[in-house]
Write a protein that binds this ligand. Structure first.
Ligand SMILES: NC(=O)c1ccc[n+]([C@@H]2O[C@H](COP(=O)([O-])OP(=O)(O)OC[C@H]3O[C@@H](n4cnc5c(N)ncnc54)[C@H](O)[C@@H]3O)[C@@H](O)[C@H]2O)c1
Length: 342
């Protein structure tokens, strides 16, 4: 299946197909220097399969985990490009999850003011969300994604079969981004995820999630307004993520429970529980709030939050910081009392 992403500038296609990894040389011009960026948790068979189809290819394997979205890794990838005399007509391929995609994408965005970037996402999170939309970034000063750029990929190649080696925990954490999009924009997708076996429906879930994301990014490439909906769960989620060892998707799942109606909160708890996702961090409201204050989404004395009144719909609400803190306290109490009854 070929899914177009139509933008005013830099439109591209997503190829979503079982076994797409075996045919990337039909989708990408590989007859030039390629830097393949991956991490040491990506099964070797996938790396080999991509390497075999590219010539010449330079391989960079970073350590798995968020810590690789760092200045140190960014710098060392740039050095590799300079040392091997990459030019504007050469390209970077990311093979991995959101960490590799965000890091390699930012290198591609900034090297020589931007070179071609191809994303081959291998986690569910990256397949349903992070590989599409052109956001690239690294973390800095304990702040997530604080340094980055918008740089659209030339193509995204999604092979759902690579998910077979992904751990159950990573799969479920990635599913949260699909649940997030369903919660704000597509009640049918929410039901599909909730009421059907995941494995048999994974390609449909990926396609439906991408349809939501594409519709949003096509209308708001640079997150001026509409695209903020994709941050549902992220205001609190990022605050949890920088202060805990939970996975990104797990944090977003817990974060979604703060800004929604009581009825939606109950439904979200049910679906998170169904996929063995954590429901509550041990962070106090004070700790969550102080991390929110440091987050780049807070501008001046106000913060825009994404609120879900019922599954499949959302509102963007501007809160003063005091109102935000009061809402956090109210929600934290409600979450605690709902969890007591489980
Ligand atoms: N750019 C965006 O729009 C956007 C959107 C959402 C999230 N993100 C970012 O994405 C990152 C999280 O990405 P993630 O959840 O994909 O985590 P990740 O990239 O850290 O990958 C998770 C783990 O899975 C392993 N792995 C990947 N593919 C595998 C496979 N097929 N089989 C076995 N193991 C595999 C990796 O080695 C890693 O250990 C965060 O940094 C977050 O900020 C970016």
């Amino acid at each position: 299946m070929i899914i177009p992403v139509n933008l005013a500038q830099d439109s591209y296609e997503i190829l979503l197909e079982d076994n797409a990894l075996a045919n990337i040389n039909q989708a990408i011009n590989v007859k030039r220097k390629i830097l393949l960026v991956t991490d040491d948790g990506i099964p070797k068979q996938y790396v080999d399969k991509v390497m075999q189809q590219c010539d010449p290819v330079f391989l960079a394997i970073v350590k798995q985990g968020e810590a690789s979205k760092s200045f140190a890794e960014y710098k060392s990838l740039l050095k590799l490009l300079v040392k091997n005399q990459f030019t504007r007509s050469d390209a970077i391929i990311a093979l991995g999850g959101g960490v590799v995609g965000d890091l390699a994408g930012f290198v591609a965005a900034s090297y020589m003011r931007g070179i071609d970037f191809y994303n081959i996402p291998t986690t569910l999170l990256a397949q349903v969300d992070s590989s599409v939309g052109g956001k690239t970034a690294i973390d800095f000063c304990n702040l997530k994604n604080i340094v980055g750029a918008f740089h659209q990929p030339k193509k995204v190649i999604i092979d759902p079969l690579v998910l077979e080696t992904l751990s159950r925990r990573e799969t479920n954490a990635g599913l949260v981004e699909a649940i997030k999009m369903a919660a704000t924009s597509d009640a049918n997708l929410f039901d599909l995820i909730k009421n059907n076996p995941l494995k048999e429906n994974i390609k449909q879930i990926i396609a439906d999630s991408l349809a939501i994301k594409i519709d949003i990014v096509q209308n708001d490439v640079k997150e001026k307004n509409l695209r903020k909906v994709l941050n549902f769960g992220h205001t609190v989620g990022h605050a949890i993520e920088v202060q805990s060892n939970y996975l990104h998707g797990e944090c977003i799942g817990m974060g979604m429970l703060y800004f929604c109606s009581d009825q939606v909160r109950t439904k979200l708890i049910e679906i998170l529980k169904q996929f063995n996702l954590p429901l509550k961090s041990n962070l106090s409201v004070d700790k969550i709030f102080s991390a929110i204050l440091h987050d780049k989404k807070t501008s001046g004395d106000e913060i825009t939050i994404v609120y879900v009144p019922e599954i499949g719909s959302y509102q963007l609400i501007d809160l003063t910081l005091d109102e935000c803190k009061a809402k956090l306290e109210e929600s934290q109490q409600k979450i605690a009392s709902l969890l007591q009854n489980i």
